[in-house]
Design a protein around this ligand. Structure first.
Ligand code: ATP
Ligand code: MG
Length: 573
C-alpha cells in the first residue's frame, strides 16, 4: 500500500474530549473519527487492526471447536420478555429500543443470550445434538450511562460472543475450560500483558465467572492479586483474610453514652480510645428493585468498608445507593451518624458482614442524636441479622489461598469475560432435550465475551510513548513503513518499490510512504501511527544500505536489503 492511495490523515492536536491516552493517540494518528457520543467511524488504519484482532479470535475459536454464526442485531422484545430480562434492561436504560411500522417493539442487541437460545431450542431435540458452541462477531449496542474513553466504552462496539450448550454441569465445565484455553491463546497472540481474575457473576450468577484483564494504569477495574499464591479477583468479587477483631470478653450489660457531635469512626476512636476494629458501624442503603425501593441497614466492622457489588448480590436487587439524609432521619429518628441496630424499625432488614460475627461488647450507634451504645451484643440486644460476606478486600489483607501472603492491587481493562450461566436462559426459554435416560432435561449454558474493539484501545493503553502508538506486530495496521529521504532520488525510489513488493511477498503489510512531505513529518507520522518498523532510503543507499528502525526499542541499524528480513524478524514482538 502506498500512502498516496491510503485514506488517512494525522492531526497535530488531540480531540478535546479525549481523557485517556488510547483515545488521544488513536484520534491524532487518524484511526478513528467521532460520529456521535460513544459512536465512532473507523478509518482504514483502524479497520485493518480490528480485522486482525477479529481474525485471531476467529482462528482460536474455530480451533477450540466453536462454530461461527451471525445473529440479527434487531431483536424482538418478546424474546427479552421470555427470558425475564426486559425489565432489568429497560430499568437500567441500557437498551436501545425502537418500534416498527406496525408498532412492534424491537431492541438493538446489547448481547445475544436470548436470540441464540431461541436459535438452539429450535434445532436441538436430543442429547445427541449436544454439546455445541456457537460464536459470532458483530456490533453490540448499549446506551451506556457514560460513554467515554473512545473505543473503550462505546455505545456501539464490536464484541465476540460465544455460547455453549451442554447436557449437564460436567459438560459445561469442559466447554468453559475449552473457551478459557482459547482465550489464553488469543491474548498471547495479541501480544498483550494480561491477567485472569475471578469475577462477580451477579445475583443470578451461575457457578463461576472469570475476566481477562489487560493491565494498564488507566483501567476502570481494580484487581486484587497475590502472585505468590496465584490468586486474582476483581475487587467487586475479591475475598481476603483480615486480622481478628480485639477480644471483647464475656458479654456485659449494654449501656448508653453521650457522644455530642461525635459521628465518624475516627471521632469515636479518639473519644473512647478504642480501635475501630472493636466497633460496628451501621450504614443505611436504599436497595433498588425493578418495581420498588427498600431501605436496609448494613453492619460492618468499624475498620472495614462495604463492597456494594457483594451487597447488591446478597439483596438480589438491581443496585444499591446510600440512603439519603431524609431517609436516614426517618428510619432512625436521629441525625445522620448515629444509626445502629438496636431499636431499629423492625421493617428494616439488617445485613451484617461476617467480620462482625462473634464480636462481643461492641460499640454501635444508638438511633438517637448524640448518643452511642457500648457493650452491645448482636443477637442479644437486637435481632439476629442476615450474615453475609459484604466486605471490600483491601491492599495488605491476607490472601485467602495463603494468609501469610498479602494482596496487592493493579488496574485492568476488561477485555474478556467467561461465564457459567447454568440453566437461567434455557429454563426460562424452554431449551429442552431428550436425555439418554429418555427424560426431558434443560440444556446447561455458558457465555463467553471478548471486547474486540476495546482490545484495540487496550493495546494502545499498554503500548505507547511520547511519540505515539507502538502496535504489537500481530495487530499493527502495517508492519513496516518504507520511505525515501531524497524526493528526487529515482534509483532509491525504484529500490523502495522493489523492497515493498518483496516484503509484501512475505505476507507482511507494508506501507510505502510516497507523500510529497518533509522527511521529518513523514517519520513522525510513522511513529505516531505505531508501525513496528520503518525503513529509510537515505545516505547509506549509495553503499547499498538502508536504515532500519525498531519502533518499540528505538534501535536503528544500517543494513543491506538482504539483511533486513532477519533484522526485523529477530526483533518483532
Ligand atoms: P463493563 O463491565 O466494562 O461494562 P460488561 O461486563 O458489561 O463490561 P460484557 O457484557 O461482559 O461486558 O461484554 C463482554 C465484553 O465486551 C467485555 O468484557 C468488554 O471487553 C466488552 N465491552 C462491554 N461493554 C463495552 C463497551 N461499552 N464498549 C466497548 N467494549 C465493551
Ligand atoms: Mg463483563
Amino acid at each position: 500500500m502506498r500512502t498516496s492511495q491510503l485514506f488517512f490523515k494525522t492531526y497535530h492536536e488531540y480531540p478535546s474530549d479525549a481523557e485517556v491516552v488510547s483515545h488521544k493517540l488513536l484520534a491524532r494518528a487518524g484511526f478513528l473519527q467521532k460520529t456521535g457520543a460513544g459512536i465512532y467511524s473507523f478509518t482504514p488504519l483502524l479497520w485493518r487492526t480490528v480485522k486482525k484482532i477479529m481474525r485471531i479470535i476467529c482462528e482460536e475459536m474455530d480451533r477450540a471447536g466453536a462454530q461461527e454464526i451471525l445473529l440479527p442485531i434487531l431483536q424482538p422484545f418478546e424474546l427479552w420478555q421470555e427470558s425475564g430480562r426486559l425489565d432489568t434492561y429497560l430499568q437500567a436504560n441500557i437498551l436501545f429500543n425502537l418500534e416498527d411500522r406496525k408498532g412492534a417493539k424491537l431492541a438493538l442487541g446489547p448481547t445475544h443470550e436470548e436470540v441464540v437460545t431461541d436459535l438452539v431450542r429450535r434445532s436441538v431435540s436430543s442429547y445427541k445434538d449436544l454439546p455445541v458452541i456457537l460464536y459470532q462477531q458483530q456490533m453490540k449496542f448499549r446506551d451506556e450511562i457514560r460513554p467515554r474513553f473512545g473505543l473503550m466504552r462505546g455505545r456501539e462496539f464490536m464484541m465476540k460472543d460465544a455460547y455453549s450448550f451442554d447436557v449437564d454441569q460436567d459438560g459445561l465445565d469442559l466447554s468453559y475450560e475449552k473457551m478459557k484455553a482459547a482465550y489464553h491463546a488469543i491474548f498471547q497472540r495479541l501480544g498483550l500483558r494480561y491477567v485472569v481474575v475471578d469475577a462477580d457473576s451477579g445475583a443470578i450468577g451461575g457457578s463461576g465467572s472469570q475476566e481477562f484483564m489487560v493491565t494498564a494504569d488507566s483501567g476502570e477495574d481494580a484487581l486484587m492479586l497475590c502472585e505468590a499464591a496465584g490468586y486474582g479477583a476483581n475487587v467487586e468479587k475479591a475475598d481476603s483474610v483480615i486480622p481478628a477483631a480485639p477480644d471483647g470478653g464475656a458479654p456485659r450489660p449494654m449501656r448508653k453514652e453521650s457522644t455530642p457531635d461525635i459521628k465518624s469512626v475516627d471521632q469515636l476512636c479518639a473519644f473512647f480510645s478504642m480501635p475501630a476494629a472493636a466497633m460496628v458501624k451501621t450504614v443505611l442503603y436504599t436497595a433498588i428493585h425493578a418495581d420498588h425501593e427498600q431501605t436496609v441497614a448494613v453492619l460492618m466492622r468499624g475498620d472495614r468498608q462495604i463492597n456494594e457489588v457483594k451487597l447488591t448480590n446478597v439483596l438480589d436487587c438491581l443496585a444499591v445507593r446510600l440512603a439519603d439524609d431524609v431517609t436516614v432521619k426517618k428510619v432512625t429518628g436521629a441525625e445522620v451518624g448515629f444509626a445502629g441496630p438496636v431499636g431499629l424499625d423492625a421493617a428494616v432488614p439488617v445485613i451484617a458482614d461476617l467480620s462482625v460475627k462473634g464480636m462481643t461488647n461492641v460499640l454501635c450507634g444508638c438511633n438517637e442524636t448524640d448518643y452511642h451504645l457500648l457493650d452491645v451484643n448482636i443477637g442479644r440486644d437486637c435481632k439476629e441479622p442476615t450474615w453475609a460476606d459484604i466486605r471490600l478486600a483491601e491492599v495488605g489483607d491476607g490472601c485467602v489461598l495463603d494468609p501469610a501472603q498479602t494482596l496487592t492491587m493493579v488496574r485492568g481493562i476488561e477485555v474478556g469475560h467467561i461465564f457459567k450461566l447454568g440453566t437461567k436462559y434455557s429454563k426460562a426459554m424452554g431449551l429442552e432435550f431428550l436425555g439418554r435416560d429418555g427424560k426431558k432435561h434443560v440444556a446447561v449454558m455458558g457465555c463467553y465475551g471478548i471486547g474486540t474493539t476495546r482490545i484495540a484501545a487496550a493495546a494502545v493503553e499498554q503500548n505507547n510513548d511520547d511519540d505515539g502508538i507502538i502496535w504489537p506486530w500481530s495487530i499493527a495496521p502495517f508492519h513496516v513503513a518504507i520511505t525515501v529521504a531524497g524526493k528526487k532520488d529515482e534509483a532509491a525510489k525504484a529500490a523502495a518499490e522493489a523492497l515493498h513488493d518483496e516484503l509484501e511477498g512475505l505476507g507482511w503489510d507494508v506501507l510505502l510512504d510516497d507523500r510529497d512531505l518533509g522527511l521529518g513529518a513523514r517519520l513522525k507520522d510513522h511513529e505516531l501511527m505505531g508501525l513496528p518498523f520503518r525503513v529509510l532510503y537515505g545516505r547509506g543507499f549509495a553503499e547499498g544500505k538502508v536504515e532500519v528502525k525498531c519502533r518499540r526499542s528505538g534501535e536503528t541499524a544500517e543494513v543491506t536489503p538482504a539483511e533486513l528480513r532477519d533484522w526485523i524478524e529477530s526483533r518483532r514482538s
